[in-house]
Design a protein around this ligand. Structure first.
Ligand code: T5A
Length: 222
């Protein structure tokens, strides 16, 4: 596969959708063929599962909920991501495996090692891996303010308490620290344009230098 998978992660209201659209436009200007997609969803079957996963309480056990996110993900990978990568495109995906680790693993399961290990084993089953993950880091109060201003109905996860969202944010920082070759923490509390410049710089570094090898330092990268 000759394309590149770049994922965008972060808590509620971090600006993933906004930044994904701007980043896709900037990369198209640079001559990249970009496919923008999102999770849960991104393919017809996965979008059907999205309604179930984000609706009112579904009653699944923790591991079953994590697996349901992976069922949607595998449909998305098979139907959308792999064909786009095979034709050399840059796939920009709003949420991917780190969302399951952060929300189900660190948020709902409170970092239970058995659940984290279960999610790691599901992740290892996938045959695609992000070359770069941009993690938008914003204070919870600012993310909540933005979501309220936008004024849509809360989904199942947005309705959970503040402690849950703090665990998700801390989970993302743990994931980023554990995989510095792949993850870039992007300070996302600033105005849209400033965040955008950091996102573009990180992807340009990837296009220029290629993916970092695990364990290597990332001089000059965001
Ligand atoms: N989930 C998902 C799991 O639990 N497990 C999984 O495995 C997966 C894949 C998906 C939910 O599913 C959960 C996580 C989520 O709870 P969703 O509807 O797809 O939910 O929505 P989210 O991904 O959570 O995204 P949000 O809708 O919360 O926000 P975004 O996309 O981060 O933010 P965005 O761009 O929509 O911006 C929000 C508002 O802020 C403004 C925007 O204009 C918008 O109004 N804004 C800014 N304002 C000021 N300064 C900036 N820098 C701004 N950037 C954006």
């Amino acid at each position: 596969m000759s394309g590149l998978l770049v994922t965008i992660e972060g808590g509620e209201g971090a600006g993933k959708t906004t930044q994904s659209a701007l980043l896709a436009a900037a990369l198209e200007q640079l001559g990249c063929s970009v496919l923008r997609t999102r999770e849960p969803g991104g393919a017809p079957g996965a979008e059907a599962l999205r309604g179930f996963l984000l609706g009112r309480d579904h009653g699944l056990s923790l591991r079953a909920e994590a697996m349901a996110h992976f069922a949607a993900r595998i449909d998305h990978v098979d139907s959308t991501i792999k064909p786009a990568l095979a034709s050399g495109r840059l796939v920009l995906c709003d949420r991917f495996t780190d969302s399951t680790l952060a929300y189900q693993g660190y948020g709902l399961a409170r970092g239970d090692p058995a659940v984290l290990d279960f999610i790691a084993r599901l992740t290892a089953l996938l045959d695609v891996r992000p070359a770069l993950t941009l993690m938008l880091d914003v204070r919870r109060a600012e993310g909540r303010r933005r979501v309220r201003l936008r004024g849509q109905d809360d989904d199942r996860y947005e309705r959970l308490d503040e402690a849950f969202h703090e665990r998700v944010a801390a989970g993302y920082r743990t994931i980023a620290a554990a995989d510095p070759a792949r993850c870039r923490l992007i300070a996302a509390g600033d105005p849209v344009e400033a965040v955008q410049r950091r996102m573009v710089a990180a992807v340009q570094a990837l296009l220029r230098d290629g993916p970092l090898q695990e364990g290597a330092a990332a001089p000059g990268r965001q």
